[in-house]
Design a protein around this ligand. Sequence first.
Ligand code: IMP
Ligand code: MG
Length: 410
Amino acid sequence: MPMNVVVMGAQWGDEGKGKIVDYLANEAQIIVRFAGGANAGHTIVIGQEQYALHLIPSGILYPDKMVILGAGMVIDPVALFSELKMLRDRGIDTTGRVFISDRAHLVLPRYIQIDKDRDLARKKPIGTTGRGIGITYSMKSDRDGIRIADLEWKEKMEELEPADRNFLAPYVEQLKGMSIDLSAYMVHHKNAQILFEGAQGALLDLDLGTYPYVSSGMSSAAGAAIGGCIGPRRLDKVLGVFKAYSTRVGNGPFPSEFDPDSEDELCRFVRETGREYGVTTGRPRRCGYLDLVALRYACLTNSIDSLVMTHLDVYDTLDEIKACIAYRIDDRMDENFPASVEALNKAVPVLRSFTGWKKSLANALTYDEFPTSAMEYIEFIERFCETPIDIVSVGYDRKETIIRKSPWAK
Ligand code: IMP
Ligand code: MG
């Protein structure tokens, strides 16, 4: 039976979804990106080649896959066409394989400026990527947005401000050519195997994340149903991708962040070894211990059936590894993830220690070849989150991926 599988971030984004989607796309016919915009940055490494994608689903690197920019996305035409050009310049044929849901919204240049100005004017800036994302989603919820479908609507186009209309003019025909009715497409392809690719992560989701320090789209599993125009009961499985440690870009609470006074060396080590710099903005990412309180919350609020652990190799040389298993907030211990930013800011991580494996994981071909202490770390996480870890990634390449259970099996 063909399956519909969701791949989403289970932390604050940058978990390595791009690599995992690319890996799984091999067995899918269609890849639908369901949320976000050019704020995302997905890195894929194939042999000597490295690709950074922002809008186009990672499946584009396979010659025969259809890729769709879903209804939950916000599309900046400049970013889209420059990404398509980059792919074509590198020999990837994109003709006839990239489609956009006619319900997706368009990002206009003036939204980008407002996004930057507004964040700078905030007493406590969010640290947005400055790509106009939040403004486009707020225009959408204000019901003043422009969708791909609206490009066909003469009256609506005539009502646009001249600057907006002039900006869109050179893109209109090409965008129309890529536009599809995604719900009809999904009905037509009901026997296809489909991968739903998320952006950002559970803790950056507008509703479930650390509001207001979140992005404005739906990075949760529920977003796959809406952004994929398919309905929640047609999603067969949800995979949550997480790193062996945590990172966050931009501002906002991060309870397990490494302490700059006492853990600066560890922080630098993780950042350099894990190449923790933003793909979209180049900003150094904030780093910290794996936060199991937050990860379990992500599993519960997204029906994550199975976890994918990435970047485990970053810990290869450490003597000791720690993970956060509870928060101490004031004088209380809490194992639940609170909504309150104040509580999260006060939270002191309760850390559990694990023995390091001191061995390169890159050469392991199967899980059985992992050192016992690496297995202990993995299996503790599975018990804590009550969710199996079915895939472990130990390097950037497609080959450096250990499958314990096929993601395409229920
Ligand atoms: P925006 O999405 O540009 O509005 O940014 C809102 C917040 O989400 C900021 O803290 C960004 O750093 C963060 N963010 C947005 N997209 C990503 C991503 O793809 N990875 C990591 N953080 C992101
Ligand atoms: Mg990223």
